[in-house]
Design a protein around this ligand. Structure first.
Ligand code: URA
Length: 227
């Protein structure tokens, strides 16, 4: 059919000629491709990371916290101590391990010649779970990228995980704490040596195990001396 005839048919049917249009520009439809995306945690520097944590609303704990608890100490420390989550006092003061468990942690560190200011202390969760319940799996999943970025920026020479939650989270295992002690684990792509010990709050309830915690700390110090 020639063009003239086709135009006539189309006009008779009240239709216009078909024309090839330019392709519409592709519109970013998901978060990964949108240009306004905030940088991922893995791209943040220390002040940016601190600000990201302070404003975090990724999980429901943001509604009940007084403030986030980013961590404390020397961001260039050789030692990184990792606990579970802020308690009531930490939530109030914005600093990890400031309650009774924190006093004991300070004494444990002093016993191996470390001042609190010489190490960095952080938690798996940056917000307090109400009533000091265990962190929920989803809360850990949302919060862990912050700790992972802290580890990547600090590049510690040794990590000490205190308690079951921190140990099992960092090692991605269900193995009981007692079986994770007395060996060197390696964390992440940087393969940071990691030693596991009891949580100071547990030691306050079970002082008979302080001797074992002391062994763990000496062991961690030996591991550091070897790297
Ligand atoms: N217990 C923790 O695991 N972290 C704190 O900061 C305080 C108590």
């Amino acid at each position: 059919m020639n063009r003239e005839l086709r135009r006539e048919y189309l006009a008779a049917m009240n239709l216009e000629s078909w024309v090839v249009r330019a392709k519409p520009a592709r519109v970013a439809t998901n978060a990964a491709t949108a240009t306004t995306d905030a940088p991922r945690e893995s791209d943040l520097d220390w002040p940016q990371l601190r600000a990201r944590v302070a404003g975090c609303t990724r999980c429901a704990l943001s509604a009940t916290r007084t403030q986030t608890v980013f961590g404390v100490g020397d961001p260039k420390a050789q030692w990184l101590i990792v606990g579970e989550a802020p308690g009531a006092e930490e939530d109030r003061q914005g600093e990890p391990f400031v309650g009774r468990a924190g006093q004991l942690l300070n004494s444990m560190l002093r016993a191996i010649g470390l001042a609190r200011e010489q190490v960095f202390i952080a938690n798996v969760l940056k917000c307090r779970p109400p009533g000091n319940r265990d962190p929920a799996a989803q809360e850990v999943a949302e919060c862990l990228p912050y700790l992972e970025r802290q580890i990547a920026l600090i590049r510690p020479k040794i990590m000490l995980a205190v308690g079951r939650i921190a140990s099992q989270t960092l090692l991605r295992t269900d193995v009981p704490l007692g079986r994770l002690r007395r060996q060197v684990h390696y964390f992440g792509a940087l393969k940071v040596p990691l030693v596991v010990t009891y949580h100071p709050a547990y030691l306050l309830r079970t002082p008979a195990d302080k001797r074992k915690a002391w062994d763990d700390l000496k062991f961690a110090r030996e591991v550091l001396a070897r790297v």
